[in-house]
Design a protein around this ligand. Structure first.
Ligand code: SAH
Length: 488
């Protein structure tokens, strides 16, 4: 039993240390904060207990005393406990307090330093916090102090006189008062200044100016948290040393309506291109119980979604079967996502059409001799594929493996949806359930992105038009169409 106080870096998943990744993969329990990379928990064990300890949408954070209590109690009972914090755990992360609580309770701990935002966000903005000619010292300062402290613990006079770079970790709203205090204490009003918001992330924004102008400029630009401010000659180097190119979707907010279990891949792709992603899972996949179909009795098995593959293999596993049950059967997948899901189970699809819709699969099967076919799919699905196979004289069975059900969206998500520039739809069920739950929240000028003709038809049924339709009807095609529309 050991508690690891682990830094997760400032946001870019590439800045997680090798040791952090190793411990995340090993942990029995992970207590994590809000400002950790989106993908940081992907490597956690499926049976690990994940506990969120941050604030949700401005709501109250878990009190520090409660976090320390949880660390101590899990530290006593579990094997490996990881306390995962943004940046470095000992830089304004209250890691010191947690270590003290563990020490007092006699729970062994180790510290895994992380890449701190004050250095990394500056670096990603092309600002070296020290420089042989421009800054021989750097001060890290917190602009949001413990609200329980009666007076400011910061000596602003001393800071104003500090001979080097001042890096302030802060809430963006504090910027005006921080700059004001430094000015009042006599710091040079034309000293270069920079604010870096969401540093190291694809949505990074950098604003430069002087100590006197920066707060008004940042407010006008609507810079968002988290952000650091840099005061000092080095801030001016941003103009010459900036190296990060912003992604094609920077500044664009995109809502993803897929079921939560599938949303992360699409969300990650959009995020990597710079989009602000709002996850709005209007649907959930609910597996239907039943025995596995008698696969060996068919000469063709058609799978029409990755969910179908997942549930089919779950049913097979429940009956002690594995991929060998498909040994004598041709397997057709509707598109590359479904084929990839099959590949995960060691099955290479025999047929994958060029057009990833039922009609495409029908065409691709034109030359395949079929007498008995199984179509394994969702409960609510179009009849194009079974009907077309039957019209060729085949005997066709249809098995419903799962159904899509509505997933309630909470107030916070609905609020976020109202800010979306784009909403992506990856199936007709996402269209139906999303409009039932959130259609009224959308902005008038929101643009609707559809994965293909069937989904676009579902939008028309709702009296809406797909502003953008993917040319290739898969996730990459959808992302490409969205990027092209933004560039337009
Ligand atoms: N332990 C963290 C800091 C926690 S305090 C670290 O070492 O980085 C939280 C503050 O860190 C935020 O208010 C913001 O000022 C800063 N911060 C965290 N992530 C950031 C990011 N990606 N870009 C800019 N500032 C960030």
């Amino acid at each position: 039993m050991t508690v690891y106080l682990v830094g997760a870096g400032p946001g870019d998943p590439g800045l997680l240390t090798a040791r952090a990744l190793e411990l995340i993969a090993e942990a029995d329990v992970i207590l994590y904060d809000r400002l950790i990379p989106r993908s940081a928990l992907e490597g956690a064990r499926p049976d690990a207990t994940l506990i969120y300890a941050g604030k949700e949408g401005g709501g109250p954070a878990m009190p520090q005393s409660e976090i320390s209590r949880l660390l101590v109690s899990h530290g006593r009972s579990a094997g490996t406990v990881v306390r995962l914090k943004g940046g470095d755990p000992f830089v304004f992360g209250r890691g010191g307090e947690e270590a003290e609580a563990l020490r007092s309770a006699g729970v062994p701990f180790e510290v895994v330093p992380g890449v701190t935002a004050g250095v990394a966000a500056a670096a990603y903005a092309g600002i070296p916090v020290t420089h042989r000619d421009a800054a021989s010292a750097v001060a890290f300062v917190t602009g949001h102090e413990d609200p329980a402290k009666p007076a400011s613990a910061l000596d602003w006079e001393a800071l104003a006189a500090f001979p080097g770079t001042i890096v302030v970790y802060m809430g963006v709203r504090q910027l005006a008062s921080i700059a004001g205090r430094l000015l009042a204490a006599g710091r040079n009003r034309v000293e270069p200044a920079a604010v870096i918001s969401r540093g190291t992330l694809p949505a990074q924004q950098v604003l430069t100016g002087t100590l006197e102008t920066i707060a008004a400029d940042a407010a006008a630009a609507g810079l968002r948290a988290p952000a650091i401010a840099v005061f000092g000659q080095v801030a001016a180097l941003h103009e010459r040393l900036r190296w990060l190119r912003s992604g094609p979707l920077a500044g664009v907010t995109v809502a993803v309506t897929r079921a939560r279990a599938q949303a992360s891949g699409l969300a990650a792709k959009l995020g990597a291109l710079g989009a602000e992603v709002v996850e709005a899972p209007a649907i959930r996949i609910s597996a239907l119980d039943g025995p596995p179909p008698p696969l060996a009795s068919y000469d063709l098995v058609c799978l029409t979604s990755p969910n179908g593959v997942r549930v089919l293999f779950e049913r097979m596993a429940g009956a002690g079967q594995d991929a060998r049950a498909l040994a004598g059967t041709k397997v057709a997948a509707i598109g590359p996502g479904t084929a990839a899901a099959l590949a995960e189970h060691g099955v290479t699809a025999d047929v994958v059409p060029d057009r990833f819709v039922a009609e495409g699969l029908v065409e691709a099967l034109a030359d395949v001799p079929i007498t008995r076919a199984l179509v394994a799919r969702a409960a609510q699905a179009r009849d194009v594929l079974p009907a077309a196979l039957r019209s060729r004289g085949a005997q066709v069975d249809v098995v419903a493996l799962y159904e899509t059900v509505a997933e309630p969206l909470d107030g916070r998500r609905l609020g976020a949806i109202a800010a979306a520039d784009y909403v992506t739809f990856t199936s007709s069920s996402t269209v139906r359930f999303f409009f039932d739950a959130a259609g009224e929240r959308l902005r008038d000028d929101v643009r609707l992105v559809s994965i293909g003709p069937v989904t676009s038809a579902a939008l028309r049924e709702r009296g809406r038009v797909a502003d953008v339709e993917a040319r290739t009807h898969d996730i990459d095609g959808l992302v490409a169409a969205l990027v092209a529309d933004v560039a337009r």
